[in-house]
Design a protein. Structure first.
Length: 417
């Protein structure tokens, strides 16, 4: 590569990183592989920039030294202590190290995008466009429009049920909602209305796929926005409180209508229209395994291999697997697998980071802080009811959406004239 081509490559690399990072989560509508491919390419570009630019390296190391960064580092230190006590130490080490790698990679991408402020218009426009296109496609497919799923999956005839195909994307779309709304408002003009329109589209995917965890995410995010705005603008408190109660009532009514009322079966401890009996069995198994090793847990991602796992249980005359490797609750999963030592550091980190977002927004009224706090609430609320916290695509969804908002938090947006 001659010098002119090398300089040209160097100039366009930040834009490529911004574009690839922005389309990664929307690509989850197609599948896990496209999402990971986009992020892999973005990371390659970031490594090139990281080596060449001292400012990027300085940003990266400064965030590791911040209170939030230290609290996250403490999580992995605590998890490392639990590894020797794991049911399968090498398996736990692999998953724990992979999660740490995702966090470090996202931090590097954040540092590169934060330094290259010239890429921000492309980054947030791409996010709004890509998220809208894929979410509209999902809504149309869920409502019976043919061939859309085949086109997204690059198959002549996709036999997959759209409800199953887009169920995970419903949660990902809901996590994107704060970022897309923030991006639309930051861009202004017609972009703002595209941002607002994304929220009901994401909600339509969640409802269409019967994804209760995504509905929980929507309710949690709505309550956070309402609560924070009510605190910062007290004159709207009564109206916002009424809106919050309406959203909670609507969410409960939808879940009840979808699942109907059923009497409690043996072993259930909560209404089954709210929490299905299968999930309750999984939660009970996970908590009992926590009690076996309360301090250091059973090992990261090891519930699936413990005695009593994968036992067939009778639920309403149907046989179903208990799946402790996928307990549908991040708190129980981390508690059972890393014990009180690993779980307590996660809670501390969540509290430190949440307080930082809230304090910054109340002091500066920077909408990026509100978007980050809303994303934070939506992700962790959704993960209380679905998806293993160790699922690659689920971790990457949080890392990348967080990165996109945080990287443009302080820099003013300079649109080309």
């Amino acid at each position: 590569m001659n010098q002119r081509n090398f300089l040209s490559f160097s100039a366009y690399t930040p834009y490529a990183v911004a574009f690839l990072a922005s389309i990664a989560v929307p690509l989850r509508a197609i599948g896990v592989a496209p999402q990971q491919t986009a992020l892999g390419l973005a990371l390659i570009g970031t490594l090139f920039l990281f080596v060449r630019n001292a400012d990027i390296r300085a940003q990266f190391f400064s965030t590791l030294k911040s209170p939030a960064g230290k609290s996250v580092v403490a999580i992995f230190m605590a998890w490392a202590i639990t590894v020797p006590y794991s049911y399968a130490p090498f398996g736990s080490l692999e998953i724990g190290a992979r999660t740490a790698g995702f966090v470090l990679a996202a931090s590097m991408i954040w540092a590169a995008l934060r330094v290259h402020v010239e890429t921000h218009p492309l980054m947030i426009k791409t996010l709004v466009v890509a998220a809208s296109i894929f979410t509209i496609a999902a809504v149309l497919s869920l409502n019976g429009v043919p061939l859309i799923l085949s086109a997204l999956k690059f198959k002549l005839l996709a036999r997959e049920n759209p409800i199953d195909a887009f169920k995970a994307y419903g949660a990902a779309a809901m996590c994107m909602a704060p970022a897309v709304i923030w991006a639309g408002r930051k861009l202004g003009g017609s972009w703002k209305w595209w941002g607002y329109a994304f929220a009901p589209m994401a909600l339509a995917v969640a409802v269409g796929t019967q994804n209760r965890s995504a509905i929980v995410s929507f309710v949690a995010m709505s309550l956070v926005v309402i609560g924070v705005v009510a605190i910062s603008r007290r004159k709207y408190t009564k109206r916002l409180s009424a809106l919050g109660l309406s959203i909670v009532a609507g969410g409960i009514a939808w879940v009840y209508a979808e699942n109907k009322w059923r009497p409690l079966t043996e072993g259930s401890y909560a209404p089954e229209w709210l929490i299905d009996s299968h999930r309750q069995i999984i939660w009970k198994f996970s908590f009992e395994r926590f009690l076996d090793h309360p301090w250091v847990g059973n090992g990261i991602d090891q519930l699936n291999y413990l005695p009593g796992a994968k036992v067939l249980v009778n639920i309403s005359n149907d046989l179903a697997y208990t799946l402790p490797s996928h307990p549908h609750n991040w708190a129980l999963e981390i508690l059972a697998e890393t014990g009180l030592l690993g779980f307590s550091t996660v809670i501390i980190a969540l509290a430190v980071i949440s307080w930082k977002f809230l304090k910054n927004y109340l002091a500066q009224h920077n909408e990026a802080d509100l978007a980050l706090l809303t994303l934070w609430a939506g992700f962790w609320s959704s993960a209380l009811f679905n998806f293993s916290i160790w699922a690659t695509w689920w971790q990457l969804t949080l890392c990348i959406v967080f990165t996109l908002i945080a990287s443009a938090r302080q820099a003013p947006l300079k649109l080309p004239t």
